[in-house]
Design a binder for this molecule. Structure first.
Ligand SMILES: Cc1cc2nc3c(=O)[nH]c(=O)nc-3n(C[C@H](O)[C@H](O)[C@H](O)COP(=O)(O)OP(=O)(O)OC[C@H]3O[C@@H](n4cnc5c(N)ncnc54)[C@H](O)[C@@H]3O)c2cc1C
Length: 335
């Protein structure tokens, strides 16, 4: 049996093998202990604290595994109950619906380890490691290659999936290989060429595979003070050009090259435009910031408003870079 506790009284729920349920009643606050792991699954966990926008409803089920075995056990549990799985990294590129997310949310933030291999110059890291922390640590060791990424507040898994990039660099260029977990529990290691990397995109987006580990090629042997200084410069540059003082998800739209989304939005006079607590940032027009008390729906409506305005004036449909998860209203045919 799997023991489940509610805040009111402890309960016993059937194990997967005894009763293959397709729906789970998560009305009350339950805690499910996965046997053989140190991992618990909780119901009705608010996600607003786990996203950089600081908005969004609850996860029907939430788990934050600390090791691979616990991730596998959580996936197996969700699969057995036919629960859809959503992976949450640092939540820095997510707009979670006010209605929350049905099924299982697996957060990787506690799944962490790293290994700097001096022989090869390769850094192997777990999916939940923080990109800025890695950039600072690599710099302090005199390893070059991650300086540009210090302002990207995501995890390794999110950066590999999103092909996060800045200053003409991107994760896909540095990636040597990634370890992926499929819903059926199989683990495979793939190299960069198998992931179809393009500008802010990879074959992992929309796929059911979970990034569990990544290996990056860096260049060790430099002066730590110089690498740290370059890293600091990148951070300073971003602080002066992007609005880090309010919750956001970074750039909302992909750049419709050769133009940039920020330029188009600014030219359209939308800087400062506000719906509810969501505002087009004054400092950088491709950022939407939460000025306080925004709902996910405010941000969603502002995204659609910007798309409509740009479409009307420039005949360009801006494509969101931010991932919208959960249910949102359909507005004017934009999806
Ligand atoms: C202030 C600010 C500045 C930013 N600047 C930049 C920038 O310069 N360049 C840039 O590219 N981005 C930038 N971003 C956006 C964001 O930080 C990146 O997209 C980042 O890579 C997202 O990582 P994450 O861990 O937060 O992923 P999340 O937002 O948690 O998830 C993003 C997507 O990846 C999936 N995912 C996450 N982890 C895994 C995993 N382990 N396996 C499978 N799927 C997974 C999620 O399901 C989701 O679809 C910025 C964001 C903020 C708030």
């Amino acid at each position: 049996m799997i023991i489940s506790e509610s805040s009111a009284s402890p309960r016993i729920v059937p194990t997967l093998t005894e009763n293959k349920q397709t729906t789970v009643n998560s009305d009350d606050n339950q805690i499910i202990y996965l046997p053989g792991t140190n991992c618990v699954i909780k119901s009705n966990i608010s996600l607003s604290g786990f996203t950089s926008y600081k908005v969004g409803g609850k996860a029907q089920w939430y788990s934050a595994p600390r090791d691979l075995m616990a991730i596998k056990a959580t996936v197996e549990y969700a699969q057995a109950l036919d629960l859809p799985i959503t992976i949450l990294g640092a939540g820095s590129n997510l707009l979670v619906s006010d209605e929350g997310i049905p099924g299982m949310v697996i957060a990787t933030r506690h799944f962490r380890y790293k290994y700097f291999d001096n022989q090869t110059g390769r850094l192997t890291v777990a999916a939940g490691e923080s990109i800025p922390s890695l950039a600072w640590e690599a710099a302090s060791l005199g390893w070059e290659g991650l300086e540009w990424s210090v302002g990207i507040p995501g995890t390794v898994g999110g950066a590999v999936v999103m092909n996060a990039g800045a200053h003409n660099n991107c994760m896909g260029e540095m990636l040597v290989s990634a370890e992926l977990l499929s819903p059926d529990g199989t683990l495979e290691t793939v190299n960069r060429s198998q992931l179809g990397y393009k500008y802010r995109s990879s074959l992992l987006q929309g796929s059911e595979r979970i990034v569990t580990q990544a290996t990056f090629q860096l260049q060790p042997g430099a002066d730590p003070a110089k690498v740290t200084s370059r890293t600091r410069e990148h951070k300073q540059h971003r602080l002066s050009t992007q609005p880090y003082n309010f919750p956001s998800c970074g750039s909302v739209f992909r750049n419709p090259l050769p133009r940039t989304a920020g330029w188009l939005i600014e030219q359209t006079g939308l800087k400062g435009y506000q719906i509810g607590g969501a505002q087009v940032a004054q400092l950088h027009a491709n950022f939407i910031v939460n000025r306080g008390g925004a709902q996910a729906n405010d941000i969603f409506r502002l995204i659609r408003h910007i798309q409509r305005q740009i479409q009307d004036q420039w005949s360009i449909l801006l494509e969101p870079e931010v991932k919208m998860i959960g249910r949102f209203p359909v507005l004017d045919g934009y999806s």
